[in-house]
Design a protein around this ligand. Structure first.
Ligand SMILES: O=C[C@H](O)[C@H](O)[C@H](O)COP(=O)(O)O
Length: 277
């Protein structure tokens, strides 16, 4: 007899798989040749769904990873691997699939809960269409509502103390350098050899929110719209990239938009909810 915790885990995994298979069905066209594959536990099901299409569909496709985990996933599934560094500057991926830690009403994302965000952002911004795949726990109206661990920020280790100070000044509540795996001394090290700082903020406003009409300085400390905060964080010296995927529209164009054109959520009742830009 499964415990309640085991049943919840099973429900979440089933939901991720449902979302992944639906997203692949809707967005992976047989004529596509370049596909981005993101990181995390949900993307495992994306690769499963793609591999299930068989070589008749996938043999003409090349898959671009966002880090060591997705590189292994692509290879283990027998799919053709190529690096984003080999993508000519004047070309784009046809589509990129990736997970998220939280998705708001405007399809802004928090990513990096598994310490992957920089390469993910590059791959997402290299795609004509970026599709987010998640489970019901990630569906939220405002970022920072369900995901309380903070915004993941990839930093140069020598700059970490200064970055933490800047984050406190911006109103982050107890930002911290993420520790490594239990039993491993030291900080969590990313695929890029950098550290992750997790910076909790109050839920991030969207432009239409009443509080957003007031000037940032006149709001309670740490109360920002997604765009305002992202623009501040990325300018802190020592910050390499931030786990906010945001922007003013959902269209993936050569300008490097980061928001998905669609987000798929596997729901607890066995359905899939789709939010589009
Ligand atoms: O750092 C990890 C990535 O941003 C993941 O895509 C994100 O954390 C979601 O991961 P999961 O699908 O495991 O919840």
């Amino acid at each position: 007899m499964a415990t309640a915790a085991e049943q919840q885990t099973q429900l979440v995994e089933t939901s991720k798989r449902l979302a992944a298979f639906q997203a692949v069905k809707d967005y992976l066209k047989p004529e596509y040749t370049r596909i981005g594959i993101g990181s995390g536990s949900t993307v495992v099901y994306v690769v499963e769904a793609i591999a299930a299409l068989g070589p008749a569909v996938t043999s003409t496709m090349t898959f671009y990873p966002t880090g060591a985990q997705s590189e292994e996933l692509i290879e283990a599934a027998g799919l053709r691997l190529q690096y984003i560094s080999k993508l000519p500057a004047d070309q784009q991926l046809d589509v990129a699939f990736d997970g998220a830690d939280e998705v708001d009403d405007d399809l802004n994302l928090i990513k990096g809960g598994g310490a992957c965000l920089w390469q993910e952002k590059i791959v997402a911004a290299s795609a004509r269409q970026f599709v987010c795949v998640a489970d019901f726990r990630k569906l939220s109206s405002r970022l920072g509502t369900a995901w309380k661990k903070g915004i993941p920020i990839e930093v140069l280790p020598m700059a970490a103390p200064r970055v933490l100070g800047e984050l406190r000044r911006l109103g982050s509540l107890d930002p911290r350098v993420r520790p490594g795996l239990p039993g491993k001394a030291g900080a969590c090290v990313t695929d890029n050899g950098l550290w992750i700082v997790d910076a909790p903020f109050p839920p991030l406003l969207l432009p239409g929110d009443a509080e957003a009409a007031a000037a940032p300085d006149s709001r309670p400390a740490g109360t920002w719209t997604v765009d305002e905060l992202a623009d501040r964080l990325i300018k802190i010296p020592g910050v390499a990239e931030i786990g906010l995927f945001y922007g003013k529209n959902g269209l993936q164009v050569a300008s490097g938009a980061q928001k998905p054109v669609a987000a798929y959520f596997g729901m607890a009742d066995g359905t899939v909810t789709v939010k589009t830009a």
